[in-house]
Write a protein that binds this ligand. Sequence first.
Ligand SMILES: CC(C)(COP(=O)(O)OP(=O)(O)OC[C@H]1O[C@@H](n2cnc3c(N)ncnc32)[C@H](O)[C@@H]1OP(=O)(O)O)[C@@H](O)C(=O)NCCC(=O)NCCS
Length: 295
Amino acid sequence: MESRRLPSSSSSEKKLKRREILEKKKAIDQLIKAAYAQNDHLDYFPPFRHFQRNGVCVHLESGRGDKLSSSEKHYIQNLLKVNMEGPYGSEWPTEEKVKRREMVAPEARYIFVREGKPPNASATEDKAPIVGFVHYRFTLEEEVPVLYVYELQLEPRLQRKGLGKFLMQLIELIARKNCMGAVVLTVQKTNLLAMNFYLSKLRYIISSISPSRVDPLTRVDKSYEILCKVVDQEYKTVLEVYHLNMVKTIMWSIAHSTCFILSPLVHAGWRVDEQSRANFSLILGKFLRYADYAL
Ligand SMILES: CC(C)(COP(=O)(O)OP(=O)(O)OC[C@H]1O[C@@H](n2cnc3c(N)ncnc32)[C@H](O)[C@@H]1OP(=O)(O)O)[C@@H](O)C(=O)NCCC(=O)NCCS
């Protein structure tokens, strides 16, 4: 009779780890589902339904991409063109099409900024005009559940009156309430005012997943940066720290500098016996392959 082998401690450890990873993944999926299942994210933050400061009086209302009226769609497209055609430059026609698709996605959640005080619950009059909006979603970035701000747009006459900061404070509260790890967003590098707004005023940082951070040596120059603010410290290392990429970069630099220094020496007749040369080539080849693969 064949005796059953007991699993080795390393294989049971692996199984346990795999199970832990799967359970964590499941829990994160549940978080995102729960965040989407909530009907109105503003319900938890009644003081944020109304903004009255610096001569601006507006109220906020929730919306969804798959429930937009045609006038809301028109408004969004127009404001995007007014605010974003400049920063996108020649990329705008392509980007405009992408934004049109994103606008109506079922996952798209909105906060509409409407003129005037909030209407009474019993009021039957038409809705007040929109003067700005936030489009956000709950999603995964590097296995981290995040609130991703797709758009934050205010009409030019309402800018620089504290409303953008107010909306981003609300977004951070919504992210925390729904147990997200961070707020993430993309900004065009040419949109200097928005960059200054997020980086200097709101203390966002360029994320480790941003193109300029992912691969500092061989990166293709992209026109945007991904910014983030971690709201759950558990995820700080994933979205903020880019030490792994730095390690890869350093390895790559060492390997290539070694080649750079040694090859002229060898060409100049530096005498090395056959065996050492073969060993050296083998080790360097492996190191280079690993460094290139890692990068
Ligand atoms: C970027 C935007 C959302 C900022 O909102 P806002 O309401 O104008 O900004 P706020 O008034 O809340 O400003 C917050 C801080 O940022 C600074 N700031 C805002 N706009 C600025 C600007 N144009 N120039 C310099 N500083 C600016 C303010 O000084 C303020 O600092 P303070 O509180 O110390 O005074 C808004 O200007 C906008 O809709 N811009 C066009 C669309 C856009 O670029 N969206 C971002 C795409 S990612």
